[in-house]
Ligand binder design. Structure first.
Ligand code: CUA
Length: 228
């Protein structure tokens, strides 16, 4: 989860988010190099007195400064496409979780097992425990096994919502009448916080998501103690 004064991306908890961070750093590096070069060139323009009264054309330099940016863009576009298709890949998931967006809470269904389903509401500030996170903690967490491929199906019951967990690199819109799919793998135990990220009405800010990542045997224990 994000803590005070963190201006960076959150630490990744999945291989896909790791790749997203690598791509972000790569793109930022190219951006910095371009900014420094152009900045230097513009700055230096103020300090030169060279005037070429007979300059009419410069075929070579125009060729260079047209093709070079195109090549630089390729260095961003190709890794970007690679990541895009990687994010879409489904890799034999062992658990499927269905999350349904409502105004304003999420509900979850584990249809693989005992047809477990529950609602997950934000804990209001006045009911928060002293160690709780304001606007972020929920009454019923999503328990998921770590080191397993997990498929999530996202939909909504009323308006568009978005199921978003920054540390896992997951962001899927829940649209009424549609089922969207994505998958991820959590590579460590812990709590991972997320929020809805489609403006879905007055309480858009108050429908957070909490994932409790646990070892597989704990997950089996949890799922079999939950006969709803
Ligand atoms: Cu649901 Cu914003």
């Amino acid at each position: 989860m994000s803590t005070w004064a963190n201006l960076n991306l959150q630490d990744s908890a999945s291989p896909l988010m790791e790749q997203l961070i690598f791509f972000h750093d790569h793109a930022l590096l190219i951006l910095v190099m371009i900014t420094v070069l152009v900045g230097y060139l513009m700055f230096m323009l103020f300090f030169n007195n060279y005037v070429n009264r007979f300059l009419l054309h410069g075929q070579l330099i125009e060729m260079i400064w047209t093709i070079l940016p195109a090549i630089i863009l390729l260095f961003i576009a190709l890794p970007s496409l690679r990541l895009l298709y990687l994010l879409d890949e489904i890799n034999e998931p062992s658990v499927t979780l269905k999350s349904i967006g409502h105004q304003w809470y999420w509900s979850y269904e584990y249809s693989d097992f005992n047809n477990i389903e529950f609602d997950s509401y934000m804990i209001p500030t006045n009911e928060l425990a002293t160690d709780g996170f304001r606007l972020l903690d929920v009454d019923n967490r999503v328990v998921l096994p770590m080191n397993s491929q997990i498929r999530i199906l996202v939909t909504a019951a009323d308006v568009i919502h978005s199921w978003t967990i920054p540390a896992l690199g997951v962001k899927v819109d829940g649209t009424p009448g549609r089922l969207n799919q994505t998958n991820f793998l959590i590579n460590r135990p812990g709590l991972f916080y997320g929020q809805c990220s489609e403006i879905c009405g007055a309480n858009h800010s108050f429908m957070p998501i909490v994932i409790e990542s646990v070892p597989v045997n704990y997950f089996i224990k949890w799922i079999s103690s939950n006969n709803s």
